[in-house]
Design a protein around this ligand. Sequence first.
Ligand SMILES: Nc1ncnc2c1ncn2[C@@H]1O[C@H](COP(=O)(O)OP(=O)(O)OP(=O)(O)O)[C@@H](O)[C@H]1O
Length: 588
Amino acid sequence: MAGGDILLRTHGGLPVLARASPCSLRLRLTASGRRAPSSLAAAKVDIGDVVSQLRSGSARGAADPKRQRRVSEGGLAFPRVVTSRIRGAEEEGEGEAPQLDAEKIGGEAGGVDGSYLSETRFDQCAISELSLKGVKDAGYGRMTQVQEATLPVILQGKDVLAKAKTGTGKTVAFLLPAIEVLSKLPSSQRSQLRSSINLLVMCPTRELANQVAVEAKKLLKYHRSLGVQVVIGGTRITQEQRNMQANPCQILVATPGRLKDHLENTPGFSTRLKGVKVLVLDEADRLLDMGFRRDIEKIMAATPKDRQTLLFSATVPEEVRQISHVAMRKDYRFINTVKEGDEETHSQVSQMYMIAPLDLHFSILYDVLKKHVADDADYKVIIFCTTAMVTKLVAEVLSQLKLNIREIHSRKSQSARTKVSDEFRRSKGVILVSSDVSARGVDYPDVTLVIQVGIPAGREQYIHRIGRTGRKGKEGQGLLLLAPWESHFLTSVKDLSVSEAVTPSVDSSTQTEVKGALRRVEMKSKESAYQAWLGYYNSNKTIGGNKSRLVTLGEEFSRSMGLAAPPAIPKLILRKMGLSKVPGFRST
Ligand SMILES: Nc1ncnc2c1ncn2[C@@H]1O[C@H](COP(=O)(O)OP(=O)(O)OP(=O)(O)O)[C@@H](O)[C@H]1O
């Protein structure tokens, strides 16, 4: 087991082992949500064994008692409850960094970990009656920590960069004060800017944009003079143009590519953007990374310089802090509700990783899923895969195995994506196989397990993906399934409590079923998955650097799909990947 001591905690009746990093040295929570000292143990846990022990009622305290004693005797001491102050809970972009007291904004309020809701109720805040009625109808009584920390600062007119864990209400945190700003615009300005866009919210994915608009509609319920529209890729741009012309709204939620399209092609659109008072970048670190930066810069340049800018995300890497001045005024505030010494992931989500050869991945996945499904009638699982085409393949294989599978990725039509997303949100007893289109922001309630197959695009992506479970303080489980040559990724999450799970011994009937399923999947799907897989790992800094090794790993992946030899790849694609001169790849 990598990285030192292990502590055992109870997770929904399931013993879970976690590495004892300095961050996890604090009182843990029991399944009932009461605070209790964690018991200590050291061992590896086989997920399969735990699940079957759980079914036979012997799971509690399943760890080896001798090992337990050894660690206890080893002197792992538990400090008292951490009541440290929040690090820079409110920091200036430059200059002083006022702090909020953790005890004031934390407490036993919210979900299982008791920390996502603050003590402050919305009706104690300086917000309009109309907003308050909307908030009440939405079912929100107390503010979440991030809402409590950001609302007064945004209402003061400051630019804000806010960091708060996944599923802790960041959407309302930026929407509510922004709506307040809009509702207080002097009526003269409002009539003058009647068709202008006053609040622009940018989101990296279409599903997230739709979701933000739904949340905005809830808060706008009693603000009859304010409306919201969505512009996203994958839909007919002419239809969007007609909608905007027929009923121009003051609030626009958009994905960057489509917004840029409107900027360039929709008459009068750039004039409407001149009315922007508040600009929000939701998932700011993603929108400011190289994939979106150019579009975002263009969009920002089309909005007034004196606008208010709000950047929100669960992850704010140092590079983003460095470049955030591009988007914000110099005196912006950095509001970080992740306590000093706390992890960026939730303590009530048990995180496991499993290292196994690629050719066992389908069998392990099937084994883990069968056990999870048998264990929890209300199961709701998301499996994240590396690329759209690998997602499609995994969904097809698991569907062949008669699991209740839905599939979502960028190669699906937008109408299919929306249908699957809406259905998954409402359902239980279903497994969503997804590319990174669902990694950030999407709020599917009650996800029981998140599985990540293959190396995630980075530490941030790992954190956002695992954040699809454990929302609003609820419990959840996460499993990262890696091949041995992918295990270097673990160093980038070594400060998180991710513990090793032993590879389950998959029985021969499971393996036979998986082989049969793989045989029934069309060759075309395997070819596309192989190409996409190669493209993904070829551009991975660590793995793509050694091309002859990539050939061998590609062979391993193709064997895992049940193929005797890797499929041939079109010359043009090999050339685009810079692999045409690498011996070992067959081309067509
Ligand atoms: N004050 C509140 N009280 C109770 N529930 C709330 C409150 N504010 C927001 N919520 C709910 O909490 C859930 C999570 O909110 P949201 O999706 O905004 O989280 P997030 O922090 O943006 O997550 P992510 O980092 O994954 O984007 C939503 O279902 C939302 O309706």
